[in-house]
Structures are given as C-alpha cells and as structure tokens.
Design a protein around this ligand. Structure first.
Ligand code: URP
Ligand code: ZN
Ligand code: ZN
Length: 479
C-alpha cells in the first residue's frame, strides 16, 4: 500500500484550520500531524513513497455533490454526461463523491431501475458515487422497495410536486411515502413547485404566442415554489419525516424553511450555484448573435433562475451564512444546445430542463469566501462536510481525519480559474458552459480520491472504474 505525505498546507475543516501534514496510507487518512513530525527519529517525509508539497495551499476534504443526474432520461432525451464523463469532470473540479438519482417513471419497477443505475455506473466512474431514489406514482410496492433500497445504502427518496404525468405525485402519495420514510429514518427529498398551476400558466403563455426561454421563468413564479415548499413542510410535520428541499431558489420558499427550522423541525434546504449567480433578466432573457432569443435555453432549469431585483440571490447567500441553507449541490443535469435544448425552439415548455456545473461548484462557492460572504470553514462545510452528514457518509467522506477515505483537494487560494469552454476549465460533455466568461480566484491544484491522485498539475491522471459505490447509512444531520 503506497504512503503519501501532504506537507506544508493549511488543513481546513468545517470547524477550523491549522498548518498540518496529512499522512495517507493506501486508501485512507492515517494521521493529521504537526508540520515536520518525525517517525522513530527520522523525517516522516523520507519514509513515505510520495510527498506532495502543499505549501501556501489549503488542504480540504474532497467535495461531495449530493445532487447529480448522469445520463438522466428526461425531456425527450438523455442528460449528456455519462457516469464516465461526468465523474471525470467532477474530479477536475475537486468533487470526489457524487450522489446521483435513480429515476423511476410511473410504469417502471423501482428495483429494476436501481439495478440499471448500478449497471450504468459500474466500472465507469472516476470518483466514488452513491444513489438516491426518485419515486413517482407511489404504490404499496414502492413502500416495500424503500425498505430494500435502504438496506442497499439508498437512504433518501425524492418526490415531485411538479412535472404532471412524468414525476408528479399527488399529496396522498407523498404523505404515504413520508409516513414510510418516518418509520424507516429515511431522508425525504422534495422538488417543490406547484406543477398544476405551472401547467396552466405555460399553456396560457403559449396561447398568447410567448415561446422564448424567458417564459420558462415567468411561468414558474415564486408563489408556486413557496406554496409547494409549505405543503411539503406540513407533510413532513404531520408524518415526522425529515425533509430536504432540493434546488431552493425563491426567498419566500426559503422563509418557509427558516420558519419551520425555527419551530424545531428537521427541514433542510439545498441551493445550487446557478441560483446564487444567474438570473431571469440577465440569463433566461438573454439574446446572442449565435442563438438569438433562444440563448436563454442554456439557463432553463427548474426551479428557475429568479429575478435579481427581487433579492432572491442575496437571501440565499444570507441563508448559507445563517444555516437556513445547509448545503450546495449542483443539480448537474446537462443538455447540449445542439439537438437537445433545441427540442424546445418555438416552445419553451419543451426545452429539456437542466444545466451542468459538477466541475465548477468548488470554485464558484470559493468566491463566497473571496467576497467575504462565507468563511473558509463554511465553504468546506457547505460543499463537503454537510453533504456527507446529510446523506449518511460522514466519517468516511466530508472530513480529513484518521480512518476517513483519503479524498483530498489541494486548493490554491492564489490561483485563478477561467471557467467555460473558452477558459479551459470545462471537461463536461456539454457544447456550452453556463459559466462562460466567469474569471474566479482560486484553483484546484491536486485531487486525490481514496489515496489515488486523479488530478494534478499535468491534468487528469485518474481512470474510469476507480470510483466505487458508496453504501450510505441514514442521515447523520437530524437535530
Ligand atoms: O431542471 C432540473 N432541475 N433538471 C433536473 C431534474 C430535477 O428536477 O432536479
Ligand atoms: Zn428537481
Ligand atoms: Zn435534480
């Protein structure tokens, strides 16, 4: 088993930072030591197989992105990143664990789908991966499947109040699944938007001749997110199941979550970089020489990018600071403009929903540190430690401590990263970047996944098949 010493860096955790050396033995962290520690009278550095010099850099636990959709069948096509391309891009960006969603459409058997997702991922991934399960059309058989999945390490279930005829469950179905989740100690995840109202608004907009991507946002107003979020909270309170609201974008929905938390409920919020940086006016309504007013299709995802002047982005940043928002995932669900987003030319409702940023999350969130919005420790907590705790992986993931998997990122605070196809920091299988032109401080210098260096100064040096399935436990975040 190879030994590695990462020396001279500042090791950062969710609770503090210190100059320290990190000793890696095989796949795990063996020790976190005072700089220059000795072993039996000799320099530790001279006894290990490899030394990584992290002087002047931060040494942080590998990122955990708990919301991805590799190869997701959706919107008449498939998300354009496979497990192979998507996890490689994740590695480039310092993310060493993803949790992807197994999809169940109403006519599909849940356990068959779970096995299918294993087939898709096995032997392909550059970094470790776990699964959540999407439940649509909840039946008695779905509740039985929940037990079997929990035994397999799938301890979280996503339901939808939107996408009628595709994923939407009615309130009774959601209630039943939450009751089962409460019994089992599972985390219940909710895509919270009022799909019935959205369907009417979309049809009315199309009837009035509004076909451009901007209308994706205009027909999903914040009230539809706030209402569905409130409904999910009530179901969580009634059943006692913990609730994790995915991709929160509206400040009013966040206020509902904050109020529930003030009442002592186990209700949690995830947001994504797109809600912190992108907006309806500047992105969904954008025009370009290449795409005309279809440019905004690049930014069609749900919940939608919200109007900047309404203050949603600022409220989310505040929530990240005050812990009303507990973590940041990407909801990585990329579609190319050519042949995929283009399916919705002339009808915004047919644009496949989703965008990709699995590679960019750590860099984008580090800007919060640069701009003084969050601390360095909070950056680690939001992008690694809390996702690991929320989804039952902490101890092994989300922390640099003896016994943990050696998932480590050496991050250069004085480095610089140019995002997007033009800048070079784009290894996702998408023909555009939503982050084109973003110039950010900080740089992912080196990434280690379970003791193997997968990215270094020479580029990607990992391999498909290194990544392993993570059998998760129950959430470790309940209060
Ligand atoms: O637009 C999105 N978010 N696409 C992915 C599916 C989902 O709802 O998370
Ligand atoms: Zn969703
Ligand atoms: Zn999603």
């Amino acid at each position: 088993m190879a030994t590695t010493l990462i020396t001279g860096g500042t090791v950062v955790s969710a609770t503090g930072r210190a100059l320290a050396d990190v000793l890696v033995d095989g796949e795990t962290i063996a020790a976190v030591l005072a700089p220059g520690s000795q072993l039996l009278g000799s320099d530790l550095a001279s006894t290990v197989d490899r030394v990584i010099d992290a002087t002047g850099k931060y040494v942080v636990p590998g990122g955990v992105d708990a919301h991805t959709h590799m190869e997701m069948p959706f919107g008449g096509t498939f998300a354009s990143d496979t497990f192979e391309t998507g996890t490689r891009a994740a590695a480039w960006g310092g993310t060493t664990t993803i949790v992807d969603f197994v999809v169940q459409y109403p006519d599909q058997n849940i356990l068959d789908q779970y096995h299918l997702w294993h087939e898709k991922a096995a032997g392909k991934c550059a970094v470790d991966y776990g699964f959540h399960q999407i439940l649509s059309d909840v039946q008695e058989s779905s509740l039985t499947a929940m037990d079997e999945l929990i035994a397999e390490g799938v301890t979280s279930f996503k339901l939808f109040t939107a996408y009628k005829g595709v994923f939407l469950s009615d309130d009774g179905q959601i209630f039943r699944a939450f009751q089962k989740g409460a019994d089992d100690g599972a985390m219940m995840m909710m895509h919270a938007e009022n799909g019935s109202i959205i369907d009417v608004l979309q049809q009315q907009a199309l009837d009035a001749g509004h076909t451009s991507p901007e209308w994706h946002g205009l027909t999903r107003p914040w009230q539809t997110e706030e209402e569905a979020t409130h409904r999910a909270i009530m179901i969580s309170q009634l059943t006692g199941a913990p609730l994790y609201v995915v991709h929160v974008s509206a400040k009013q929905a966040l206020a509902q979550i904050a109020a529930a938390r003030d009442d002592g409920l186990n209700v949690f919020a995830e947001t994504c970089p797109q809600y912190l940086y992108l907006s309806l006016e500047e992105h969904l309504a954008a025009k370009s020489a290449e795409w005309g007013d279809f440019e905004g299709a690049k930014y069609v995802f749900s919940t939608p990018a919200r109007a900047r002047h309404e203050g949603h982005q600022d409220a989310l940043w505040t929530g990240l600071r005050t812990n009303d928002v507990q973590m940041v995932s990407t909801d990585h669900c990329p579609f190319c403009m050519k042949e995929q987003k283009e399916l919705g030319r002339g009808n915004f409702a047919k644009i496949p929903n989703g965008m990709g940023s699995v590679e960019n999350r750590l860099d984008l969130m580090y800007q919060g540190v640069v701009e003084g919005r969050i601390t360095l420790e909070r950056w680690v907590e939001l992008t690694s430690t809390t996702p690991a705790r929320m989804f039952g992986m902490y101890g092994r993931k989300g922390v640099i401590q003896p016994g943990a998997d050696a998932d480590v990122v050496v991050y250069d605070p004085n480095g610089h990263t140019s995002l997007g196809l033009g800048g070079g920091a784009h290894h996702m299988n998408i023909d555009y970047s939503a982050w084109e032109g973003f110039e950010v401080d900080g740089h992912v210098d080196l990434v280690m996944s379970r003791g193997e260096v997968v990215v270094d100064g020479s580029g990607y040096v990992g391999r498909a098949g290194h990544g392993r399935y993570v059998k998760r436990g129950l959430t470790q975040y309940l209060s």
